[in-house]
Design a protein around this ligand. Structure first.
Ligand code: NAD
Ligand code: 6OD
Length: 508
């Protein structure tokens, strides 16, 4: 097998700044049936920290997507689909180990592709990728099935029990913000259930999905079980995969509007879909909160990964009695963030993913002012006086003073930005927080746990944190309502989506 990972010349990198000459791979290839393969066309993989091209990516054409789906089908019909649950689980644990053994390489690839701080990729993205495999490997071994003893009209009975079978070939389409974490969040349970996959990572972040192929190979995952096709969405690999007639289900994470397009594409073939989509998440901060904890927790909730986490809070509602103090403290937090080179250990904020996304965020910075916002901090693009000025950095930004009807209060911005609104009563705060077409996540900050429970249960979202944010237990349901998604993944919810349950009824 052609090795991608350990040819990385990172050791020569000075000060953590990866220049094009030092880039980890010059070509990022598709991975089909256990082989790295070129495409007829290529597109550029850009380092968001300085705008340099770090690799050329092989774009899969429709024929190659078809080959990948064919390879996945053959692998399903061969060894993988009929392997015992115990054997599958053991190999998935080995994938976890293979990820851990490539830790530095995966971290550096993720950092170079996304621009996220090395501290974040080391703490969150890569450890979670390994954990995703371990958790679902263990869970599938424990997964119980329903059974019912049924009384029949003739006084006898029947036994109903369900067996779990793979759904088939799963198309996995993922975004750029947590590339390896979100891809493995879907691939691990899909494989645990005996499916095979064709993944289409974001065109912005193709590296770690490709490097994962090596880990799969080393862990003894048979050829064809894990395939990677690179490309864009519409008219490219993303669309070819979603409309392929031999793909049995699509699991997608990304923008709500892309989810709507995919739904149209799969409608005629009635494929099951699992959609994890966008958010316009709210936080409600009561005056009795543990003030410093709320400020620290919300600083993460707003600025982590440069605000590019679907769970980030863009609307903060603060009880009037502490409003001014809260705004001042959060401003100090924003000012203390250090936007640096992603590979520097001290950097706590990197660039946005792309020039196009930077333009979108800057558009909203301008729109907020036009809509009447007061700028507490930020609102622009920082200047460094070095190559980072060619990258896609923006300032962490806080606004106040917008009406609830403003576009900036309704549309997902997906940058390091929030708006803070005062409230006078719990009902008012809940009404404002729920006044959105999205419904992904919320957080409540209070020392009154009765209030915490009560308000949490009123939130129209898939997940509500009380006195914390993005604290994850992978066994719990994860997903959104409204524009934020369809279905739930996590724990048994993932296993149920990636399985076909066959109920067997035996007359006794
Ligand atoms: P995106 O929708 O632009 O792209 C996601 C993926 O879909 C990419 O791989 C892209 O190539 C592909 N794609 C685009 N058009 C397609 C089409 N017509 N057919 C098939 N595939 C297509 O999203 P993004 O910009 O990469 O990610 C940011 C968005 O993702 C934000 O809205 C964010 O909130 C959301 N997100 C949600 C969650 C969640 O768990 N709910 C997690 C992460 C990100
Ligand atoms: O942690 C997870 O499992 C998950 N799906 C996170 C999604 C983050 C959105 O950007």
């Amino acid at each position: 097998m052609r090795r991608l990972c350990f040819s990385v010349p990172y050791d020569s990198v000075d000060g953590g700044h990866v220049t094009p000459q030092e880039a980890f791979v010059k070509s990022i290839l598709n991975y089909i049936d256990g082989q790295f393969v070129r495409g007829k066309q290529q597109f550029a993989d850009v380092n968001p920290a300085d705008g340099t091209v770090i690799a050329e990516v092989a774009e899969a054409d429709e024929g190659q997507v078809d080959e990948a789906v064919g390879a996945a089908r053959s692998a399903l019909n061969a060894e993988w689909g009929s392997l015992s649950v115990r054997d599958r689980a053991e190999r998935l644990h080995r994938v976890g180990t293979a990820i851990e053994s490539r830790f530095d390489c995966l971290v550096k690839a993720e950092v170079t592709d996304t621009g996220k701080p090395v501290s974040l990729a080391s703490k969150l993205d890569v450890p979670r990728a390994a954990a995703n495999f371990r958790v679902f490997a263990d869970l599938v071994k424990m997964a119980g099935l329903e059974s019912f003893q049924t009384e029949t009209s003739d006084g006898k009975s029947a036994l109903n029990y369900a067996v779990r079978k793979p759904l088939g070939v799963i198309g996995v389409i993922t975004p750029w913000n947590l590339p390896l974490l979100l891809l493995t969040w879907k691939v691990a349970p899909a494989l645990a259930c005996g499916n095979t996959v064709v993944v289409k990572p974001s065109e912005e972040t193709p590296a770690t999905a490709t490097l994962l192929a090596e880990a799969m190979h080393d862990a003894g995952i048979p050829n064809g079980v894990y395939n990677v096709v690179h490309g864009l969405g519409s008219g490219s690999a993303g669309e070819f995969l979603t409309r392929h007639p031999d793909v049995n289900a699509i699991t997608f994470t990304g923008e709500s509007r892309t989810g709507a397009e995919i739904m149209k594409t799969v409608a005629s073939s009635v494929k099951p879909v699992s959609f994890e989509l966008g958010g316009k998440n709210a936080a409600i901060v009561f005056a009795d909160c543990e003030f410093d904890e709320a400020i620290n927790g919300l600083s993460d909730a707003i600025f982590l990964n440069t605000g590019q986490v679907c769970l980030c809070a863009e609307r903060i509602y603060v009880e009037r009695g502490i409003f001014d103090r809260f705004v001042a403290a959060l401003k100090r937090k924003a000012e203390s963030l250090h936007p640096g080179w992603p590979m520097d250990k001290d950097t706590d904020m990197g660039p946005l993913i792309s020039a196009q996304h930077r333009d979108k965020v800057v558009f909203y910075y301008r729109l907020a002012r036009e809509e009447g916002a007061a700028v507490v901090v930020g609102g622009g693009v920082p200047q460094f006086g070095d190559a980072r000025d060619n990258g896609f950095y923006v300032q962490p930004t806080i606004y106040t003073g917008l009406p609830e009807s403003a576009r900036c209060m309704k549309e997902e911005i997906f940058g390091p930005v929030c708006h803070i609104t005062p409230f006078d009563s719990e009902d008012e705060a809940v009404a404002m927080a729920n006044d959105t077409k999205y419904g992904l996540a919320a957080s409540i900050w209070t020392t009154n746990l009765t209030c915490g429970h009560r308000v949490a249960q009123k939130m129209n979202v898939g997940i509500t944190w009380v006195n914390c944010w993005y604290l994850r237990d992978l066994r719990t349901p994860f997903g959104g309502v409204g524009l934020s998604g369809i279905g739930r993944e996590g724990g048994m919810h993932s296993l149920n989506f990636y399985s076909a349950l066959n109920n067997i009824c035996i007359r006794l």
